[in-house]
Design a protein around this ligand. Structure first.
Ligand code: HEC
Ligand code: HEC
Ligand code: HEC
Ligand code: HEC
Length: 434
């Protein structure tokens, strides 16, 4: 009998093994994908404004989102009570004289209240554009798609209001098919584009802050069409924003005391936080503090009850800080320091404005120098307002807040000196803030 060589045995064995492995791989590959988790209970349309529809699939996120309607705790410098800021700090009446914010300026509260609050503010008039709804509704995503951002902005507030029913909803932040975080406000999309950025390439952690920038930012209404624009072309620092407004010659109103062309800052929470704050540089996102993970039985989810983290700091800060007491004490110290510094800035700005007013009454006043003084009033106040209108009383970026306030105080005092210089009369016209 012919002996089978060991090489043949080995070759045949290898061939059989190869066939077996290839067959097995082919078999595995041709299996249908396993279904993981629970398939969606309800198919959700990509523009579904009604959050309760999304809520059937995601009951924990939905029910925590509903809680924003009931928050009413006031904190030292924030919280959910709609306190009239003009009563807390009457200097604001002079700072915003002749502008809507000197008539009504209330502390912000939970997301569920946004439509009621925007429709009831005394700042709304017959000429208010629909653009004011841009940060107020889940209906926007559909309306922007149907009408386009330009026509949306060109519709009067009262007309557009007939189509606005839902406050901020799931659709403002999530893609309904994948639940991925997405940018939905065309103004944010354009602002990023202008900086050469595309949010689709952002990391998940960056998106956990960027979704808030759909609304928690500085913005203005462009031209006669009132298109919503974020002034970010030169960057998002206050100096970049100021330079941009100067270049396009924009102002919100003319200050009745000084005659300066003024800018009102909105709520630059995203810009201040991302200006190299300690937390931002450490990779922390808005959602880490404002949407901490919560447990319901075995389910762990992001708490969609966005509010002051000081109400439940164990959940908001305790995930990273071993001593929550230490962390919240620091907040109290930082906020008090920023407040005290801010009041000093306000006095300086008011004294600049009133000095310009007095100087303008002096016969033979140097109008060119007075114009420079008015420019300094504008520059000082928009810097101060960047911190005043921001919602954390400096906590989102304490050192940047104090840097900006110091600069605002300096510019205001320069404005006051310019006003005096314009009269050529020395210090006689110096005034003190009331
Ligand atoms: C490290 C934690 C932390 C991060 C990150 C953070 N915040 Fe805050 N935020 C706070 C604290 C603390 C306050 C002050 C709350 C108070 O005074 O009651 C605050 C206040 C606010 C307020 C006002 C709340 C109120 O009660 O009126 C808003 C709005 C806000 N933050 C939005 C944001 C946005 C948007 C981002 C991201 C760009 C962000 N926060 C990032 C901790 C944080
Ligand atoms: C203001 C933006 C915003 C709105 C509005 C919003 N979410 Fe979220 N949602 C987030 C963020 C941020 C996360 C965290 C995502 C991450 O970590 O990747 C999240 C996470 C989730 C997740 C993933 C699981 C989890 O809990 O972390 C689900 C599901 C979800 N949201 C459902 C909803 C539903 C349902 C609604 C409407 C009731 C809603 N969201 C409204 C911002 C939002
Ligand atoms: C569609 C616009 C929009 C988006 C997106 C948005 N917010 Fe708001 N947010 C608002 C408005 C408007 C208010 C004020 C509502 C009021 O006062 O009636 C507000 C209020 C708040 C408050 C104050 C709540 C209170 O009880 O005082 C916090 C905190 C807050 N937002 C955090 C966030 C965070 C964090 C994100 C991102 C995860 C976010 N918001 C995304 C529009 C938005
Ligand atoms: C996701 C993690 C994370 C969360 C949540 C968080 N922090 Fe921090 N915090 C950090 C890191 C990281 C630093 C940087 C200091 C360090 O490396 O030890 C820091 C620094 C600080 C500092 C010192 C800041 C400075 O500029 O000197 C304070 C104060 C603080 N956190 C307060 C808070 C408070 C209050 C909360 C809750 C509202 C909070 N943090 C939530 C991670 C976090």
């Amino acid at each position: 009998m012919k002996k089978i060589s060991p090489i043949t045995i080995l070759s045949v064995t290898i061939a059989i093994l190869v066939v077996a492995v290839v067959g097995l791989l082919w078999f595995i590959k041709s299996q249908p994908d396993p279904i993981r988790g629970i398939p969606p209970i309800t198919e959700i349309s990509p523009t579904e404004p009604d959050s309760s529809v999304w809520g059937t699939n995601f009951p924990n996120q939905y029910s925590s989102y509903l809680l924003t309607a009931d928050n009413n705790t006031r904190t030292a410098f924030g919280g959910s009570e709609p306190v009239q800021k003009l009563d807390v700090d009457p200097r604001l009446i002079t700072l915003f004289v002749d502008y809507g914010f000197s008539k009504d300026y209330r502390e912000d509260r939970g997301h569920m209240h946004m439509i009621t609050d925007v429709e009831s503010t005394e700042r709304i008039t017959d000429t208010t554009p629909g653009t004011c709804y841009s940060c107020k509704s889940a209906n926007n995503v559909e309306l922007w798609k149907e009408m386009g951002a330009a026509q949306y902005a060109n519709t009067p507030f009262s007309t557009l209001g007939k189509q606005i029913e839902e406050p901020l909803g799931c659709v403002n932040c999530h893609d309904s098919a994948s639940m991925r975080l997405v940018v939905t406000n065309p103004a944010l999309e354009r602002a990023l584009e202008a900086q050469g950025k595309d949010w689709r390439s952002f990391s998940r952690q960056e998106m956990r802050s960027l979704v808030c920038a759909n609304c928690h930012v500085e913005y203005y209404f462009e031209g006669a069409g009132n298109l919503l624009v974020f002034p970010w072309v030169k960057g998002t620092r206050i100096e970049n924003i100021s330079e941009y407004y100067q270049e396009i010659g924009f102002s919100d109103w003319t200050h009745a005391e000084s005659g300066a062309a003024m800018i009102k800052m909105q709520h630059p929470d995203y810009e201040l936080f991302t200006a190299d704050s300690t937390h931002y540089k450490a990779g922390v996102a808005c959602a880490d503090c404002h949407m901490p993970y919560t447990k319901d039985g075995a389910a762990k989810f992001s708490n969609h009850n966005m509010r002051s983290p000081l109400i439940e700091p164990e959940a908001s800060c305790g995930t990273c800080h071993t001593s929550v007491n230490y962390a919240t004490e620091r907040v109290a110290i930082i906020q008090q320091q920023v407040w005290n510094t801010m009041v000093i800035t306000e006095d300086a700005i008011i004294e600049a404005a009133l000095s310009i007013k007095e100087a303008s009454k002096v016969a033979g006043v140097n109008l060119a120098v007075l114009k420079e003084a008015r420019q300094l009033h504008r520059e000082a106040q928009l810097r101060w307002d960047f911190i005043a209108a921001e919602n954390s009383m400096g906590f989102h970026n304490p050192s940047e807040a104090l840097r900006i306030l110091a600069s605002a105080t300096d510019i205001a005092r320069q404005g006051q000196l310019k006003a005096i210089e314009a009269t050529g009369q020395g210090l006689d016209i110096q005034v003190n803030a009331p």
